[in-house]
Design a protein around this ligand. Sequence first.
Ligand code: AHR
Length: 478
Amino acid sequence: MKITLTQEKGPKISKYIYGHFAEHLGRCIYEGLYVGEDSTIPNINGMRTDVVEALKNIQIPVLRWPGGCFADEYHWKDGIGLKENRKKIVNTHWGGVTENNHFGTHEFFELIKQLGCEAYINGNVGSGTVQEMQEWVEYMTMGGESPMANLRRENGQEEPWKVAFFGVGNESWGCGGNMRPDYYADEYRRYQTYVRQYGQEKIYKIACGPNIDDYHWMDRVMAIAAPFMDGISLHHYALTGAWEDKGPATNFEEAHWWSLIKSAQKMDELITKHSTIMDKYDPEKRVGLIVDEWGSWLAVEPGTNPGFLYQQNTIRDAMVAAVTLNIFHKHAERVHMANIAQTVNVLQSMILTEGSQMVKTPSYHVFDLYKVHQDAELVASYGDSAEPLSYTVSQKDGIVSVSLCNYALTEEQTVEVDGILGDIIKEARYITAEKMDDYNDFDHPETIVIKEFEGASLRDGRLTVPLPPMSVATIQIA
Ligand code: AHR
């Protein structure tokens, strides 16, 4: 395949496209991120040190919390104050297990501080009141004297925190209240009124957008509420087939390699069509499309709680990650943030844990290889064929970064990139696998790891890369 760079200046790829999502679901928060101060697993203030360090390495820019469906049943006051006094509730969406609320607002901001990233809080519209939402925002962000700021101080936090992003409801068309779009749009206008800005920091307000290809929802919510929002969400998960019949995460058939990747590629069409609707109401592209749930949704690992959504992660998921990130880059003008679901132990995770053990998934390694694109400028290009290759070229601080994903199962592809401004290959790294369902587990944590890529060459502005099948590479040129 031949890629030609046009040297046209492209949009900035927001670093928030590399965002993550952590819900009170299965072992994502408890065990995955938070083990408590008394755990024998190394932790700082209850947060797993190994997981925090691994996430810092991929430069996690933002974390969405507390859900997901859980957000619309979450009452934040249950999760503040002395832990032993916190209310125990039932996590009705996810396995019906007891939620002891030991991880609440203070713990979330401790995690954010350790990660060095921004907070994306998702508020409760489905079963919460306007007052409850208003008070949560006041509790988190009010610096001066006020009832909620004083309550925060009583609970040990003097200074307000920064809430960079705030979601007004989650999946309000489904688990968040089964609303119709016009009704939700009016509710959005009302609730967001009380998401006040108490300090200097502006809160970026996100309306609940459509599920997959519900273009009617997008049209109505934009028509009614666009001037009141900064962003609107979109959810799309990659599936191997029907929603009711999710294919296995490992030991799958070749057909499911292709169907999962095809489902991930649908993101391109979805963003294009939703953006066209958004353009009607927001031609300046002020409102961001926030893809705050995406990734592979596969069958749970045999023997695990079906409500915990714990799935393995293979080189196929790495292809899904690379293909999807490349799509987000292409639409960087409209896609202001994305949050892969979910950070640890749930769906397409970055990290899996078992007791004190931790393993990085192939998807984690894609986020590592791709972190060079965070806040870089997209370099415009055209290619002479589309499949089975997906790519991004960006530049930042005088360095050109070329990321390539060859999702063919058996054929190597020689990729030529013409028009490279730079003389030397500074770094070339990649991941690949021998089998289409290769993965890392606790006994074999390094089946798939990032390796140096030896085969790339650069001459007269042309980069030539013989790219093995089932691989993702990033080559940086200075
Ligand atoms: O990520 C798992 C669930 O998927 C979320 O809770 C919900 O928003 C979506 O349906």
